[in-house]
Design a protein around this ligand. Sequence first.
Ligand code: RIB
Ligand code: CA
Length: 303
Amino acid sequence: MKKIPLIIDCDPGVDDAFAIILANSLEELDIKAITTVNGNVGIDLTTRNALLLADLLDLDCTVARGAEVPLVKPLREKSNTHGSDGLGGCLNLFPKEIRKELSKEDAVTTIKNILMDSEEKVTIAAVGPLTNIALLLKLYPQVKEKIEVISIMGGAINNGNVTPCSEFNFYEDPEAASIVFNSGVPLIMSGLNLTVNATLTEENLNEMKAIGNKLSEIAVPMISDYISKDAAIHDPCAILAITHPEMFESEDLYVQIDTREGITRGMSYADYRSKNTNPPNCKVLTKMDTTKFREFIVNSIKL
Ligand code: RIB
Ligand code: CA
């Protein structure tokens, strides 16, 4: 099978961890790099967590450190959804020693080099604030033609989780999100409208516990802590949108992000007006087969 070359830009983060675990389990994907950004926890922890996950999964890929702060807005204090360690309080379940060496190149340089060195287009899954991706597109616009699609977990249409209007990834760096949505690069958006359905049942958790391997012994406590605070496992949706588009319904829409100060900062909105003359800039996922989602998550733990 011809594999899809994939870069995962993330802020692990428990649901980011499950996006990486899922990507590792899908034969359709060839993970070229995991790049980190400040988000659920600070950049030191998201980067450490990416290295720990790469070790846990024996991933043969680059891990590179990205943006420490958003493009413009000052840092926001972190929520506790992912635990102070970013791993649902399960850091102690991971090996103490980190084997994987962090890349000497930063995330943006790493992504640029992979894209420009690749003979084929590369897909990016962006499941944290879009700071690295915006910097990439601004510093190296020539990479745009080497990107197959950017599959984004972020945003929402008429919904929010940090504020009534704004989703966390876009709220953390609205300017970056706006740059990406105005870049002309093909985008798929798994927003909250979709990802609120990305849940697991008690039966799913029991199935995962019964697997009883080194991955489930960490993944189950990690996801159990997380879903006690947020039932939706958002980030893996952006991975399945790449490999299994048939699981989803979508609309091609013109989406923009509000970068002004105030209650709507970070809000993503679609222009449904018939008089809208702007062409669609994003495939917005609207529905998904939740049963299939659950199957993929449970099976991703079976090494
Ligand atoms: O709003 C959900 C998103 O914010 C997810 O990517 C989660 O990991 C956090 O980064
Ligand atoms: Ca994330």
